[in-house]
Design a protein around this ligand. Structure first.
Ligand code: GLA
Length: 516
């Protein structure tokens, strides 16, 4: 008891320092998380889902100084691990659950971690993580940028945290003639949309899709593509309407592992009646086509949350569905509203079936409204930590959409805290439950698979506030060991309450481990 009072006082003291740190203003970026150690730290999610007898590809996410030697015990037959790169390839085994132990060793130490491969056909058993071209490149995206970004995912260390999908968004196909959406009026994206046999053409910035995905795969990462159930995408490029089977087959042949299917011009196709069945139809159709294909392709529904998509997204084979429109970033603190709305559908969130509140856009990106060139975000540092914390607490897909050629230390620090990512990737797949204290202050509580819980305190005010919580409010019981997740610091033992000064628009994420 005495111990916890002391720890509490100590925290109040150190806490003031942190709170001041957070009030320096939006131009000051401060690093909360210590850099990775030299010794290996395996960051794989504890479970991974795939279909039977499919191409298998998994790059073991692991921090620490390279060279690292990887090994795996009980790896199912048909799979092989490259001990130098940590990339597992091969053909997935027959249906079943395979318990593997991964090991990573370098001259500074060794780390091992469980890795369960569930071969049941269900994909994305933990929220998808990766990068999307949209907010950084719009209609300027090219094959060259995709390859460069693939390299940067490795070089920046993002892949060592589990960021694995390199997703090409809109503007790779052929544009409608005189496309008014394209800011550059880029005629190099015009042309003949489909071949005589109906197969879809790329524009000249994507000369060889198969070679591009092979490049991505050679680094152990996965490739994503984008289309629309309508005749045209949101940027007026060729969509999949009336070519669903052909396009699904083509995307698989090109070697893609992820499809974002974006409503866009389907508004012109949907009957005036607009029943829920009308909203479901195009997604069910593409879902069936993907099902017929002998390849694991994550299916990401993008229709901005119409017709309560969270209720039926999984029934059409969706692995995730957007719960709202584009973040847009007209008002920066919109992330709180988007998150609270997304969390209100939290009960529909489960392994392989994720509510998607849109991308993480921090660092350098072009505003959605202008679709301009990347500029440094004006989002205050604390709001960026809150943004990442919210997405992690909600088990949302963590897809970074920004310019990796300009990424800075601060942005990487926000994106790459392994303990925050671990909360996001927890196998229970629970979306944090929201406890509102007022319009401006709330708490999120997420139960984790190991019997611990993550608790996040959020402050929407533009001034610091003190937020406290009692165990009965968050469902905890008895003595708990607390860990400050962002700073990766143990805070000591607490018996029934916790309080913290939360900076303007900031947060505090703690992990509570019961002490037996
Ligand atoms: C919509 C989507 C965005 C992006 C664009 C592409 O606005 O919501 O995420 O894919 O289309 O045109």
């Amino acid at each position: 008891m005495k111990n916890s009072v002391f720890a509490f006082l100590l925290i109040l003291f150190t806490n003031t320092v942190h709170a001041q740190q957070g009030n320096k203003g939006s131009s000051d970026y401060f690093i909360l998380t210590p850099g990775p150690a030299n010794s290996p730290r395996l960051n794989n999610a504890l479970v991974y889902g795939c279909g039977p007898a499919r191409d298998f590809l998994y790059r073991i996410p692991c921090q620490g100084k390279r060279p690292i030697k990887f090994s795996a015990s009980e790896l199912p037959a048909g799979l092989k691990l490259d001990e130098n790169t940590g990339i597992i390839t091969g053909l997935s085994p027959q249906k079943g659950t395979y318990d593997v132990i991964l090991k990573a060793k370098n001259k500074y130490g060794v780390s091992s971690k469980k890795f369960q491969i569930k071969v049941e056909g269900k994909l994305a058993l933990t929220p998808p993580m990766g990068w999307s071209s949209w907010y950084a490149y719009y209609d300027r995206i090219t094959d060259k940028i995709i390859r460069q970004t693939t390299d940067l995912m490795i070089e920046t260390g993002m892949a060592d945290l589990g960021y694995s999908y390199v997703n090409l968004d809109d503007c790779w196909a052929i544009s409608a003639p005189n496309n008014k959406m394209m800011l550059l009026g880029d005629t190099t994206r015009y042309g003949i949309a489909r071949k005589n046999d109906g197969s879809i053409n790329t524009n000249r910035h994507f000369p060889d899709m198969k070679s591009m995905t092979t490049y991505i795969h050679s680094k152990g990462l996965k490739a994503g593509i984008y289309s629309s159930p309508g005749p045209q995408t949101c940027m007026n490029f060729e969509g999949s309407y009336k070519h669903e089977a052909q396009d699904a087959k083509q995307f698989a042949e090109w070697g893609f592992d992820f499809l974002k299917y974006d409503w866009c011009s389907y508004w012109n196709i949907i009957p005036q009646t607009r029943t829920t069945a009308d909203f479901i139809k195009p997604y069910a159709q593409m879902g069936q086509e993907l099902n017929r294909i002998n390849r694991d392709i994550i299916y990401s529904l993008c229709q901005y949350g119409h017709a309560d998509v969270w209720k039926w997204g999984a029934s059409v084979g969706g692995n995730s569905w957007r719960t709202a429109g584009d973040l847009g970033f007209k008002e920066l603190d919109k992330v709180f509203d988007i998150a609270l709305r997304n969390a209100s559908f939290g009960k529909y969130n489960k392994p392989g079936e994720w509510n998607d509140p849109d991308y993480i856009s921090i660092g350098y990106f072009g505003g959605n409204l202008t679709r301009g060139y990347p500029e440094k975000t004006k989002m205050p540092a604390w709001l960026q930590y809150s943004y990442m914390s919210l997405w992690s607490m909600m088990a949302s897909p963590i897809i970074y959409s920004g310019d990796l050629t300009q990424i800075d230390e601060f942005t990487l620090n926000v994106l790459c805290n392994p303990e925050i990512i671990e909360i996001n990737q927890d196998p229970l797949g629970q979306c944090g439950k929201v406890i509102m204290h007022s319009d401006k202050q709330f708490i999120m509580v997420k139960e984790l698979s190991d019997g611990t819980r993550a608790v996040a305190l959020f402050n929407r005010e533009h001034t610091p506030v003190k937020i406290s919580t009692r165990w009965n409010e968050i469902g905890a019981d008895g003595k708990q060991k607390l860990r400050d997740v962002w700073r990766q610091k143990d805070l000591g033992a607490f018996t029934d309450a916790f309080e913290w000064d939360i900076p303007a628009q900031g947060c505090m994420v703690v992990k509570l481990t019961p002490i037996k």
